[in-house]
Design a protein around this ligand. Structure first.
Ligand code: 5AD
Ligand code: SF4
Length: 458
């Protein structure tokens, strides 16, 4: 069967799609371009802004492509969890809907539907335990992975949990991904081990709130810090990252790990959401400015070079100019290397829908623009401060801009910064993805660095 996967949303979705592609390929299906596919899988996201409309427009576009009796569309992810069978009523070419927990059964369901053309299936039940996924084992030859699916040579993502228990007032995730369910620590560790054996050098642990790993199992599991120490021992694993972290759950042992574990990357995404204590309280974030700044100080003490990034929402209901200034002040104090910032938008069913007054659209837009301007300046300044330094870059793919007399590659330093490196006299098709190279930073651009190669890649 020829299939294609269209992915929206966060890293967890990208990772889910990668897994699904591998699982279907191991069952003999072939991942192809949209124009050649018979079966279309849409992995949806509902965290922000009109996601349903986006899915409906994709479904409209795909309708004429489902020409033969065996052609169909499967809708998965957060919007699927929300709308469920509703998709099938509006769009007859949708024959499978699977939610957050349903994905582990999706491969078998897809096969079943490809054989039985009259059948339709809805997999949106939540299950009490983390559903282990089978059949998506990483190939020992990473070159065999289908291209263009977010797979970067030498890098892999590993799910450690599913769902979230926090119910931040603006957030739909606990409703679409369900309650927190940690995966068994041994399953996580053995997946990491087999990835490293297959040639992976960098692993990113994924979950909505990785710092509360194991807490749903009431002490029966390793803590997140213990998990990090165990994974860090895997021989050949050069880099570990994790995302996302809720500030209220980051344990002192995790902060200490940044100073102790040589392969734990000096970078942390620590969503602050707002710099105003009043708004943080309304958001239900359970920390205040002082506590957040205390964590930042602790992290910088343990690991002076740590690169911090964040998520910020502007225009949360009731946010005043004064509240927003507090957020601007937070940016200056922490000096994030980069941030994702969003205008608040109502999501169905979340607590903030009933909070008032809503912030005027234009006011929110101006706040967002000011915040992003200040972030751009801080990003530029922090990148400029790195010129002259030596770094090790994990190469990902050829750079967008190429110059004559060699080939340029783009990769990341341990802090997660994008660095472009030129390889003089090197053939264009050189296979440098997944290799490490030592460089000296010679130039800072607005959002990236330029490094001069100091030795041969390994
Ligand atoms: N409105 C705007 N931004 C939101 N986010 C989550 N929910 C909303 C919402 N309703 C942002 C948060 C979160 C990121 C993934 O998306 O900043 O950290
Ligand atoms: Fe949403 Fe808050 Fe859970 Fe993050 S911690 S997924 S923002 S509810």
């Amino acid at each position: 069967m020829k299939f294609t996967v269209l992915t929206f949303g966060c890293q967890m979705n990208v990772h889910d799609s990668d897994w699904l592609i591998r699982a279907m390929e191991s069952r003999g299906w072939t991942a192809v371009e949209e124009s050649e596919a018979n079966i279309f899988i849409i992995n949806t996201c509902s965290v922000r802004e009109k996601p349903e409309q986006k899915v409906y427009s994709v479904l409209g576009r795909l309708a004429p492509l489902c020409k033969n009796p065996g052609d169909f569309v499967a809708v998965g992810g957060c919007v699927a969890q929300q709308i469920g069978a509703g998709f099938m009523e509006k769009f007859p070419h949708v024959r499978l809907v699977f939610g957050s927990d349903g994905i582990s059964q999706a491969p078998a369901a897809l096969e079943d539907l490809a054989r039985n053309h009259d059948k339709k299936l809805v997999l949106t039940d939540f299950v009490p335990e983390y559903p282990e996924r089978e059949g998506g084992e990483v190939s020992s030859n990473l070159d065999l992975l289908p291209p263009g699916i977010g797979t970067i040579p030498g890098q892999a993502f590993v799910n450690i949990m599913q769902g979230c228990d926090n119910f931040c007032a603006y957030c739909i995730v606990p409703y679409t991904r369900g309650r927190q369910k940690s995966r068994a620590a041994e399953a996580v560790i053995s997946e990491c081990r087999s990835l490293v054996m297959a040639g992976v050098r960098e692993i990113t642990l994924l979950g909505q709130n990785v710092n509360s790993f194991g807490m749903d199992k009431k002490g029966a599991e390793l803590t997140f810090a213990q998990l990090l120490y165990r994974i860090s021992e895997i021989e050949g694993l050069e880099r570990i990252r994790f995302t996302t972290s809720h500030p209220k759950d980051i344990a002192p042992e995790v902060i200490k790990a940044f100073g102790e574990l040589p392969n734990l990357c000096p970078s942390l995404h620590l969503p602050v959401q707002s710099g105003s204590d009043r708004i943080l309280k309304k958001m239900g974030r359970k920390y205040d400015r002082a506590r957040y700044l205390g964590i930042v100080d602790g992290l910088r003490e343990a690991c002076p070079d740590i690169a911090l990034t964040t998520d910020i929402i502007v225009g949360f209901p009731g946010e005043t100019d004064e509240d927003f200034e507090q957020t601007m002040d937070m940016m200056e104090r922490v000096r994030y290397e980069s941030s994702f910032s969003f205008k608040y938008s109502d999501r169905p069913g979340v607590a903030a829908v009933r909070m008032h007054p809503k912030v005027d659209e234009e006011v929110a837009q101006n706040r967002l623009a000011r915040l992003q301007e200040s972030q751009n300046r801080i990003t530029r300044e922090s990148l400029e401060a790195l010129t002259g330094r030596e770094m090790v870059v994990l190469l990902e793919r050829p750079s967008r801009k190429q110059e004559d007399g060699g080939v340029s590659w783009r990769g990341k330093d341990p802090g997660g910064r994008v660095i472009n490196v030129h390889f003089e006299g090197c053939a264009e098709e050189a296979k440098l993805g997944g290799k490490l190279v030592r460089v000296k930073i010679i130039e800072a651009k607005n959002h990236s660095l330029v490094g001069a190669k100091l030795g041969e890649p390994w």
